[in-house]
Design a binder for this molecule. Structure first.
Ligand code: NI
Length: 175
C-alpha cells in the first residue's frame, strides 16, 4: 500500500493554472508518489479528474476515475498524454473542475478521442475514450496547456465566474 498525502488544490484564478506544462522526463518513484497523491486528493475532493498544475506541479500528468457511482474504482494515471485522433461527432456535457468548485457549464468536445500516454510504470499505451471518459481526458489534457473549461464559454460568463472565485478565495483566506 503506497503512502499517500493529500495535496492542496489550487483555485482559479491562479497563474499556475494558465501555464503550459513540461513533459515528464522520467517516470520514476517521485512521479509515482505524485500520481498516488493526486488520486488520493481527487477521491477526497471528490472529483473524477485532477491534473498536475492543479496541485502546483507544472508537469504533463493527470489522473482520472470515471467509474459509475456504485462500480469498482477505475483509477488511471496518464503521463505525457497526446491526442492521436478525435471523432467528428461531438458531445456536450456540463463540466465542472476542482479548481472552480460548484460551477458547471456545458462544453462541447469530440465524443471520442484516442490518446497515447505513459502509465505509472512508464509503459506506452494508446487507448480510445468515449462519452464521459472522452470529456474527462480532454478536460484534463487542457489543464496541461493552461486551458480551463471556462475558456470555452462566453467572456461575460467567464468574468462573472472569475469574480465569484476571487471573492471565494478572499473568504477562504480570511478563514
Ligand atoms: Ni479541471
Amino acid at each position: 500500500m503506497p503512502r499517500m498525502t493529500l495535496r492542496n488544490i489550487l483555485l482559479h484564478p491562479d497563474p499556475r493554472l494558465k501555464k503550459a506544462c513540461e513533459p515528464v522526463a522520467e517516470v520514476n518513484a517521485k512521479i509515482r508518489d505524485l500520481a498516488n497523491d493526486m488520486l488520493e486528493t481527487m477521491y477526497d475532493a471528490p472529483g473524477v479528474g485532477l491534473a498536475g498544475p492543479q496541485v502546483g506541479v507544472l508537469k504533463r500528468i493527470f489522473v482520472i476515475d470515471c467509474a459509475e457511482k456504485d462500480a469498482a474504482p477505475d483509477p488511471m494515471i496518464l503521463i505525457n498524454p497526446e491526442i492521436t485522433w478525435v471523432s467528428e461527432e461531438l458531445n456536450t456535457y456540463d463540466e465542472g473542475c476542482l479548481s472552480i468548485p460548484e460551477i458547471y457549464e456545458p462544453v462541447t468536445r469530440p465524443e471520442m478521442v484516442r490518446m497515447s500516454y505513459l502509465d505509472a510504470d512508464g509503459k506506452l499505451h494508446e487507448d480510445e475514450f468515449e462519452a464521459l471518459h472522452a470529456t474527462a481526458v480532454q478536460h484534463e489534457l487542457d489543464h496541461l496547456d493552461g486551458i480551463l473549461f471556462i475558456d470555452y464559454i462566453s467572456k461575460m460568463k467567464r468574468e462573472m465566474i472569475t469574480n465569484k472565485m476571487k471573492k471565494l478565495k478572499k473568504e477562504l483566506a480570511r478563514g
